[in-house]
Design a protein around this ligand. Sequence first.
Ligand code: SF4
Length: 232
Amino acid sequence: MRVIGVIGYKNSGKTKLIEDIISNWDKKIAVIKHTIDDIDLKGKDSYRFRDAGAKISIISSDKETVFFLNKLNLDEILGILMGYDIDFVIIEGFKDELKKLNIPKIVLLKNGDDKLIDEQTAYVIKGDYNIDEVIKIIEEKAIIPSMNLNCGHCGYNCETFVKALCKNEVKWDQCVLSNGIKIIVDNKIIPTVPFVSKIIGRSLIAMLECLKGVNKPKHVKIIIDTKKLKNI
Ligand code: SF4
């Protein structure tokens, strides 16, 4: 799962751009949108369940299912999405979190105001855009979320790696986290260096392949409830 941000001032066309990306790209895409407005669902049944103390409330119809959770930080939301079969996550807004987590971004400029552009800007859109070109940029610049592991295996730290990526000096898959192992603890992605990834990945696959019904698994997800584990 790779991520990229889209930022711009109000009415700069962020949502339209993301709609265009989704409808013109044959990939499994998730979108995370930040809003400063209240999510006005007061009075709806699912909100009442939440107000009554439900940790998660889910409303499901014949067409769709909607989850309601308490506020989460961007890294926690990304941790949840890691459990899904998704190719790319596009994040609308979250300007400060993108910077903090070193996630490159596309900036939409309005009236030539360039205050949003910084060294982690992968692409700038001023007015009309070519959607194929935007998609190509995402393919080249979206990263595996590194959560400031700063392991140094790419020859940079996570911040300078993204800056170098935006300057075309490195490719996204030079980050060690493109190795296919994701460890999520309490909804947070815990990056692992190659040595640890290799030990965990190979050991687990070897053990799982001994189990009845497991034959060359493609994706493996293991959930450990540490409280229950103590009782075993
Ligand atoms: S290899 Fe990845 S996780 Fe490690 S410092 Fe570079 S960008 Fe960060």
